[in-house]
Ligand binder design. Structure first.
Ligand SMILES: Cc1ncc(COP(=O)(O)O)c(C=O)c1O
Length: 328
């Protein structure tokens, strides 16, 4: 927690109080003057919102220069701030010619994909053995926002009974039908798949538009390894996609830390969607999805967590851990 020095807090509140008191005082004089010179429409309430109007006129306009800064570049880590000056007590600001280069300590730039992000994406894809990847600011958000863009109404998600809450929420948010198979039990997964394929969609019994089986590489509470070879074989047999969450296995198992595929000898090509996080082995933050080029391009165009959320530079620093330090 940041502690603000008493002197700073005291002088800030004092300045604010002073501006407020002077503002009220001047407004009082203005009211008396208006009343005396019959400047106002008599009997009407003020058309402007009382305190809001007061705040804009007496406080905001005077101090707007402190936070209403004009920038003349993309809001990246470093950006150009345009200097301004005022001839009328900050009511209006005029643009000066000089520009100051500043460090950006907090802003949002939805378009601000830096080279570091693309480096990280390429690095992750190469690391897990897929052709492309997309990274997100949070692992939880990766699962909960990716599943709804991969599948929807008319689709079927078959989920391991001990899957993480982020998968559960993603599955629920997708609108697809959800069925659960007994934890890490491939024969039960096959039974559920056969039954569901035979029955089809509820009521109409039409074939499912898509089936996705969701499992984890290592189950976090049990420390148990996924029976991935058997599960991928079943998914192939019934033409169901497989979504593998490697939050706890990536960087932790396999000869070079590449996760359960490497450890159990599964070809990454047999896993359609590879999900992982940077929060565990990599000691950073964020999540990723790795898959085919077409899949990743589709996710970049449609996934709200990619389109409407920022990804921070700490996540990009995972590149360092994945590619340059531990596993090169
Ligand atoms: C299996 C699994 N997936 C996803 C997540 C979410 O990852 P994050 O903590 O990076 O948001 C977790 C969190 O522990 C997890 O255990």
């Amino acid at each position: 927690m940041i502690t603000i020095p008493y002197l700073t807090a005291l002088t800030t509140y004092f300045s604010y109080g002073l501006l407020f008191a002077f503002g009220q005082f001047r407004d009082l004089f203005r009211k008396i003057f208006d009343w005396w010179s019959a400047n106002n429409l008599q009997g009407y309430a003020s058309i402007c919102l009382g305190l809001e109007d007061f705040y804009v006129r007496r406080l905001y306009l005077r101090i707007q220069y402190c936070f209403g800064r004009l920038i003349a570049s993309a809001p990246d880590a470093w950006f150009d701030v345009v200097e301004r000056y005022s001839n009328d007590n900050n009511k209006t600001l005029k643009r000066a010619t000089n520009i100051t280069r500043c460090l950006n300590l907090g802003s949002y730039n939805y378009l601000g994909t830096t080279v570091l992000h693309t480096d990280l994406e390429e690095c992750v894809a190469k690391f897990v053995g897929k052709s492309a990847a997309v990274v997100f600011g949070m692992g939880y958000v990766t699962n909960s926002t990716i599943l709804p863009v991969l599948i929807g109404k008319g689709g079927l998600i078959i989920s391991d009974s001990l899957n993480h809450n982020s998968i559960v929420k993603g599955a629920q948010g997708s609108g697809a039908t959800i069925r659960v198979f007994s934890h890490n039990t491939p024969p039960h997964l096959e039974e559920v798949l056969r039954e569901q394929i035979a029955e089809g969609q509820p009521r109409t019994h039409r074939p499912w538009k898509k089936i996705i089986v969701v499992v984890e590489g290592i189950y976090r509470m049990e420390g148990e390894l996924c029976k991935l070879p058997e599960i991928t074989a079943i998914c192939k047999k019934y033409k169901a996609y497989i979504y593998l969450d490697e939050a706890h296995s990536i960087g932790a198992v396999g000869k070079t830390g590449r996760g359960v595929c490497e450890l159990l000898g599964v070809d990454p090509a047999d896993v359609d969607v590879m999900m992982g996080t940077f929060t565990k082995s990599f000691g950073s933050c964020g999540g990723y999805i790795a898959g085919s080029k077409e899949l990743i391009q589709y996710l970049k165009y449609t996934c709200p967590a990619h389109l409407y959320a920022n990804i921070n530079l700490t996540t990009s620093c995972s590149t360092d851990y994945i590619c340059h330090r531990s596993y090169s």
